[in-house]
Write a protein that binds this ligand. Structure first.
Ligand code: SAM
Length: 249
């Protein structure tokens, strides 16, 4: 499938998610806990920001600190941005970026309604991050970069917007082994993160090319619930995993 067509499919998919035409079935708390969110984390995240779209909890390894400036790429309705906002406090700033206006609108509405004064949401593409050079202490992203058809450009951009010694904490779906053609060519997986996933080695190379140092990648199994929801009955669980990635500029 042509790259522009993939991008269009992804945007249409998230339009429908933002409008809640596609939503995670079942117990969202249980799904979030299986992804690494604690009871305390979930208490702090407004319920309407929780769409069950992540594949990890990047706050865990990123450890946002009081006063820091933190970015969240592909922020959706702001789940991880709102969690980071608690950690950075009033002296810090959290910037969520998403290219889907419907997502952004909801995230801004929630921020205003719930009084997240240190959190803003910017419309933009992760391939052209709307943040100045050397701005962020920490960049997080949860289940987004695998969607990009220009991943090297995304990692280069992340490097650019981080301060010297700034860090990344990324959760992403990765390929453990190549997808068979019948899955790769199934249009359903193109709108979601499974279709764009690459291997750990490829991710490490892209990060190193961008200039990152001290990269650590932890691979874990995706949950049965995740595989059921996003695998569309195609038997994806053996092919994909979740990677928690850290690294430094
Ligand atoms: C899997 S969802 C994750 C949302 C959020 N991180 C969470 O865990 O709830 C992917 C998000 O990335 C956004 N997105 C996809 N491709 C993007 C791109 N190229 N630039 C910016 N945002 C993008 C989508 O609109 C969607 O909100």
């Amino acid at each position: 499938m042509d790259k522009n067509e993939i991008k269009k499919n992804i945007n249409e998919f998230y339009d429908n998610v933002a409008k809640e035409e596609i939503i995670v079935e079942g117990d969202i708390d249980q799904l979030n806990k299986s992804l690494g969110y604690s009871e305390d984390d979930l208490k702090h995240i407004p319920r309407e920001a929780q769409l069950g779209l992540g594949c990890g909890n990047p706050k865990e390894k990123g450890k946002p600190q009081l006063g820091e400036v933190v970015g969240d790429l592909g922020s959706g309705r702001g789940m991880d941005a709102f969690l980071a906002s608690k950690c950075v406090g009033d002296s810090g700033l959290v910037i969520g970026i998403d290219n889907n206006y419907k997502m952004l609108e909801k995230a801004r509405e929630i921020a205003e309604k719930k009084g997240f004064h240190n959190t803003e949401f910017r419309l933009g593409e992760i391939e052209y991050i709307p943040i100045g050079d050397n701005t962020l202490d920490l960049l997080m992203s949860n289940c987004v970069i695998n969607l990009s058809t220009h991943k090297q450009q995304v990692y280069n951009e992340i490097y650019r917007v981080l301060k010297p010694k700034g860090r990344i904490s990324l959760s992403d779906i990765v390929l453990k082994e190549s997808l068979p053609d019948e899955i790769r060519n199934d249009p359903k997986v193109h709108g979601t993160w499974v279709g764009g996933a690459i291997s750990l080695e490829e991710i490490r190379n892209l990060l190193e090319n961008a200039g990152f140092k001290d990269i650590e990648i932890e691979l874990s199994e995706v949950t049965d619930e995740y595989a059921r929801k996003w695998g569309y009955g195609l038997g994806i669980k053996q092919y994909i995993g979740n990677a928690d990635i850290i690294g430094y500029k």
